[in-house]
Design a protein around this ligand. Structure first.
Ligand SMILES: Cc1cc2nc3c(=O)[nH]c(=O)nc-3n(C[C@H](O)[C@H](O)[C@H](O)COP(=O)(O)O)c2cc1C
Length: 175
């Protein structure tokens, strides 16, 4: 069982034959601009939920947890996501306001990694996010919180069939 499972995993296909070519020399100076380009390319390639990402957080003792989330916006405050402050990730962010985000678009062989500090956005912005959810039923949720990751690092990664995968990393000053 475990041997056949291992063989099956080893036989799974890799990235598609046609991959974009990424030249970091042509990249914009702001990572958010490159991210918007890449998200647009993922959408054009038919990627479903290209704004979904893995969010990793940790508690005060350093125990790590992760889960999928939806990106809500990018602006001067940072990269936005929303959740309940009472959730595990909400409690962990109160204890330790740092997080890592990871976007992966398999069809394009692309990954974007973001590491940064996390701030809570305003109660008004959080309430507006709650009201805009597709399933919003009109009743407010006082635990719903909009957060922003203020990036310290953003790394763009482009797979290549010759295994010369391309990485482009932005190191940003702490706000
Ligand atoms: C694609 C996808 C997107 C999700 N987006 C969100 C989101 O934006 N906010 C949220 O609170 N949970 C979202 N979830 C659910 C979370 O992954 C998670 O199960 C839940 O928030 C509880 O996480 P926690 O116990 O670690 O706090 C999403 C799940 C998936 C699969």
């Amino acid at each position: 069982m475990s041997e056949s499972f291992r063989s099956m995993l080893r036989s799974l296909p890799d990235f598609p034959v046609d991959l974009p070519v990424f030249d970091p020399a042509t990249a914009p100076s702001a990572p958010a601009d490159l991210f918007r380009d890449w998200l647009g390319a993922a959408l054009a390639a038919g990627v479903r939920q290209p704004h979904a990402f893995t969010l990793s957080t940790s508690d005060a003792a350093g125990a790590v947890s992760s889960r999928m989330m939806i990106l809500k916006n990018i602006d001067a405050e940072g990269w936005h996501f929303a959740t309940s402050r009472a959730s595990r990730k909400g409690r962990e962010l109160t204890e330790h306001p740092r997080a890592a985000m990871n976007f992966f678009w398999s069809a394009l062989g692309r990954q974007v990694r973001v590491v940064g500090t996390v701030v809570e956005l305003s109660a008004e912005a959080s309430a507006a996010d709650w009201d805009e959810r597709p399933s919003a039923d009109g009743s407010p949720n006082p635990t719903w919180q909009l957060y922003a990751v203020r990036p310290l690092e953003v790394e763009f990664w482009q797979a290549s069939h010759d295994r010369r995968h391309v990485r482009h990393r932005y190191d940003l000053p702490a706000a």
